[in-house]
Write a protein that binds this ligand. Sequence first.
Ligand SMILES: Cc1cc2nc3c(=O)[nH]c(=O)nc-3n(C[C@H](O)[C@H](O)[C@H](O)COP(=O)(O)OP(=O)(O)OC[C@H]3O[C@@H](n4cnc5c(N)ncnc54)[C@H](O)[C@@H]3O)c2cc1C
Length: 391
Amino acid sequence: MAPPVPRRREYEVIIVGAGVLGLYTAHYLSQRMDPGRILILEKGYLSAGASGRNGGGVRQQWETVPTIRLAQESVASYRRFPREFGYNPWFRQGGYLFLALDENEEAILGRTRSVLRREGLPVEWLEPRELGRLVPALSREGIRGGNYLRSDGVIFPFPVLWGLYQDLRRRGVEILLGTEAQEILRSGGHVAGVRLPQGRVDVPTVVNAAGGWSREVSLRAGLTVVNQPSRHEILATEPLKPFLDPMVVTLRRGLYFSQSMRGEIIGGLTLSEPAGGDHGMPSSSRFLGEMARELVRYLPALTSVRVLRAWAGFYDDTPDGLPVMGEDPRLAGFIQANGFGGHGFMLAPAAGRRVAQIALGEPTDLAPGVFSPDRFQTGGPPPVREGLQLG
Ligand SMILES: Cc1cc2nc3c(=O)[nH]c(=O)nc-3n(C[C@H](O)[C@H](O)[C@H](O)COP(=O)(O)OP(=O)(O)OC[C@H]3O[C@@H](n4cnc5c(N)ncnc54)[C@H](O)[C@@H]3O)c2cc1C
């Protein structure tokens, strides 16, 4: 099939990537400028990247204040989503339970509680007995307790993507699926256009929202970056009757599991030998073995439950565990909106709003230096490091 032809020869903003970040950015941009002058390029299909491959976890439990604030705003956005977009993404606020398995993890969770409470979030420390009341099926062997925040939860990603996509198309934003940004064209130190398989389009502003491919898109603009893609796997079991309210997480293996509205247990972990980004997105029998062992350790009743599906996607990792949002100082008009690791879905509504402001040349309330692309170019350590970036 011939690739779709762009409606115009020139645009005001091109967004590379129709994942949740690109779509939310376009949503906020389209409220502030002529939607017809925004073009979204997606080399695959809608939700081809991590946005269509994730665990749907939405939490506000972070160590660092700038991220906590983005997460709080995003929770409020997802609560509004059905009214705003007319689709129900089944955002279920059953809480997030972070388990502590040793003294060190207990201390980390203690510090996190102080930060969260100062930000007005009523996180609780649950002793093993209380954990048993919250999740009776949980084996408490070796568990010292856990941090629990009721307003965290899980969301079904596809209605979010579909709701945003339909809304953008209705307002006249152009979205070309199956269309790759092959090169970001420059004139002097400024973005001048994008080369597509269908030819060149002119544009002064490009947003790099390419997730696990953001490094490659930066290279196509002539820029090297610190972002690294890493493959992560995830599985879904056969549906079970509801028994698990919170998303359960351990710091040690980056293990997480929750129960979807359809009853499946959905979860993943970081492999003992982490996979890089070089070999595509296959799932592996090694993951199935490691994940089955960990799941059954915490939920022994799952021993004979069948796995229905397993799949993989890319995290887009940065050295300090924080995303990158801002104009790249080396190329005017090139906006970085990537590096969200394993947590971009839960931050996307608030992050997309800031990225739209940056693309419009407006000031944002983002803490200076914390998320900016140049924090890795100064040679010194980044100002903030987020330790609860799991996986
Ligand atoms: C297994 C797994 C579990 C996860 N669990 C969670 C979770 O529980 N909660 C959470 O918040 N986050 C989670 N994440 C992370 C989250 O999914 C991502 O951070 C988020 O979806 C990133 O969104 P994005 O829009 O930046 O990127 P993506 O969704 O990856 O979208 C980028 C898009 O860009 C397109 N693209 C790339 N290059 C080009 C090009 N040159 N031209 C055109 N298009 C291009 C790609 O095809 C892709 O569709 C998980 C991720 C994985 C892999």
